[in-house]
Design a protein around this ligand. Sequence first.
Ligand code: CP3
Length: 355
Amino acid sequence: MSPAPASASPAESDLVRAARGLPVSRTPVWFMRQAGRSLPEYRELRAGTKMLEACQDPDLITEITLQPVRRHGVDAAIFFSDIVLPLVVAGVDIEIKPGVGPVIANPVRSVADVDALPELDPAALDFIRTAVGRLVAELGPTPLIGFAGAPFTLATYLIEGGPSKEHARTKAFMHAEPEAWARLLERLSISSSMFLRTQVDAGASAVQLFDSWAGVLSAVDYAERVLPHSRAVFDGMGDGRAGEDRVPRIHFGVGTGELLPLIGEAGADVVGVDWRVPLDEAARRVGPGYSLQGNLDPAVLLADRATVDREVRRVVEQGRAARGHVFNLGHGVLPDTDPGVLTHVVELVHELTAK
Ligand code: CP3
């Protein structure tokens, strides 16, 4: 593995510099869901512990977050947690079912259900401060990315009661109960903001807001009924640590080709792109003020090595059209991905882009 560039601090790392559109020593790489079931050491560590218990244990959070950094030499760690965690900590009855995703015992289906949602107490997030503090100390110059789920994607789980393809109940609620919808998203924006702010105050060097399912919306509905609440998440997290520049903000969703300019306008420095829109076209859609993150199709990692290499080269080339490029997948690592292929992709991107 090629040695990491000797940047003095995470604030000067290639990840942070690419996010700001500054020159880099080579294109930074990390993978959504890099910590997780593609790693045997993860499966071993998680055996016998429920997902949401692991997410509240500072020792497990720290170790699981570090595993992919050690193994692959990625340019950033992503905090091991889950988008539903702020809801869980606030007291909402949620379980993450293996192979399914978050399942809610009492879905939000009425105006009264919205008003009955518990509020998040910042004091309940101490385990996050502990874990982030330890991680920042262990990671040295490698940046830690904090994250949160965006209000819309969290609302889909709360309203549907679990994962869904169409998100029909969510969209019906959005149109039929506009005031309760706005209240629900406002409440979710406050807890997401608190979750991000806690990670940044404890030392995270960048954040990513996951609005995974926003791509099911029309641009008009997104702009009017969702974007203001995602912007509130970013606005509410403050400017980061005193005396430093604003911590870069990455904003990502799947199937957001029609929404890309709006995803930027919500307050991002970096727009995350899935595999459907080539990065040169995405750069045209978002305009000059944004860096891009993405966008290798995660399924390509299951193909032969020549195909992987060809697709990595294509993404790297198309990424040159952007103000700055953070190499990533178009969505999370699939569980049956060979971890050796991920390490290879990191090496190849570094080799192709070394100055
Ligand atoms: O490595 C990382 O990216 C950091 C950790 C992370 C997890 N979830 C760990 C996890 C992050 C950033 C998330 C965010 C998340 N969670 C999102 C947004 C990202 C995306 O995929 O769009 C969403 C939609 C969720 C909700 C969720 N949690 C789903 C759909 C699942 C998968 C269910 C399954 O088992 O296939 C989870 C569970 C989950 N979150 C796992 C991990 C490692 C797997 C659970 C396990 O290992 O037992």
